[in-house]
Design a protein around this ligand. Structure first.
Ligand code: SF4
Length: 371
């Protein structure tokens, strides 16, 4: 079947049909593995909210953030990092999620601070933070926007996994009036190249779609196919996030139409059908509160990072669920909620994907001796 027919077929499938197909996919999971939904106990280090883009739905970018009365982070200071890490260790967090705007190192304010800290550039700053986390036996997962291939190589040694949301490659979003009209690093070719480079360098990778920013159902399916094709070539994608845009105070963006929950469920189910049992499908639990059962029926098998100590910086009003509550919900629907690390098991012994230092920490947690 060609791409067009696949997209047409999947876009007309009904929710009950999806449910049936997912039941069969789940039946294929070996019994000894059990019915499991995973999450990672993490905390976020928001390194810098300086960003070269101006995505219309964004609340995090330094321009919008300060306009809404908040204090920007030029570069997260050492003392703040230390406090966060000490707190994270008390709560047994094993993943440090490092986020920032795109290319903060290009701003004069950031450059001045880097000079003062005697750090060569922003990538070396990120490397230094990762190094600190690894010394504390915390696994870094970084999501700092586009990086050059040489910078990828530097960071790979210090990270368990990396991420970049593909969001959407729909051309409408980049045209006049679209949400990415003023976001040069969101151009589809650049995002696709980033995903491919991560694959070429064998970096365990997370990507996903942002739903409700002006894309159509067919655009979403097309993007999932694109991710699938890249993964089939490089084998590095570990999870796909299906994330819904949530309205927030302080930003002007109003989607032309709110995506109904059925549509969100549908693309989640289609993702599970497309990626079968090969790649995890994740929805952020704080954005689907009250609909967990419906998403479980649509085949999600991961809730992503849940933090006992830090907020969701992108959706600050959406609180993380209590892990115990989520456990109960999973149980009621026939699943066990299980903690995972920032990198999926399939990569944990693979020296092409992970540095020895990272593997040693993974082994400490999984109590498997290094071969
Ligand atoms: S790239 Fe990220 S931080 Fe920058 S404007 Fe877009 S959504 Fe906001």
């Amino acid at each position: 079947m060609n791409e067009k027919s696949i997209i047409n077929n999947l876009s007309t499938i009904s929710l009950p049909q999806i449910k049936e197909r997912i039941k069969r996919i789940i039946e294929d999971i070996p019994k000894e593995k059990g019915k499991i939904i995973t999450y990672s106990k993490n905390f976020t280090l928001s390194l810098s909210n300086y960003c070269i883009n101006q995505c219309k739905y964004c609340f995090y970018n330094h321009k919008i953030f300060s306009e809404t009365g908040n204090k920007n982070t030029i570069l997260l200071e050492n003392d703040k990092i230390s406090i966060l890490v000490e707190n994270a260790l008390k709560y047994d967090c094993k993943e440090g999620l490092l986020i920032s705007g795109e290319d903060p190192g290009s701003f004069p304010e950031v450059k001045v601070k880097l000079e003062r800290l005697k750090i060569r550039n922003y990538i070396f700053y990120v490397k230094k933070v990762c190094d600190f986390l690894l010394n504390k036996k915390i696994l870094p997962h970084i999501n700092i926007g586009l990086v050059k291939i040489d910078d990828f190589k530097i960071l790979k040694e210090y990270t368990a996994s990396m991420g970049l949301m593909l969001e959407s490659t729909s051309p409408r979003l980049y045209e006049k009036g679209g949400v990415h009209e003023n976001s040069p690093s969101k151009l589809p070719n650049k995002r696709i190249k980033h995903l491919i480079n991560a694959g070429k360098l064998k970096i365990p990778f997370t990507t996903g779609l942002l739903i409700g920013i002006g894309e159509s159902l067919k655009d979403r399916i097309k993007d999932l196919l694109l991710i699938k094709n890249i993964h089939e070539k490089y084998g590095h994608i570990q999870e796909i996030i299906i994330q819904n845009f949530e309205k927030k105070e302080g930003i002007n963006y109003q989607p032309k139409r709110k995506v109904p929950i059925e549509e969100l469920l549908k693309i989640t189910g289609i993702a599970r059908i497309m990626f079968n049992n090969e790649i995890s499908i994740q929805v952020p639990p704080n954005l689907i509160s009250g609909f967990e059962k419906d998403f479980i029926e649509m085949g999600i098998n991961d809730f992503g990072g849940i933090s006992p100590i830090t907020i969701d910086h992108i959706n600050p009003k959406k609180k993380w669920p209590q892990i115990e509550n989520l456990k109960k919900i999973c149980k009621m629907n026939g699943y066990n909620l299980k903690e995972r690390l920032a990198v999926y098991d399939k990569f944990k012994n693979n020296s092409s994907f992970l540095s020895k230092r990272v593997r040693n920490i993974i082994h400490k947690y999984t109590q498997i001796k290094e071969i």
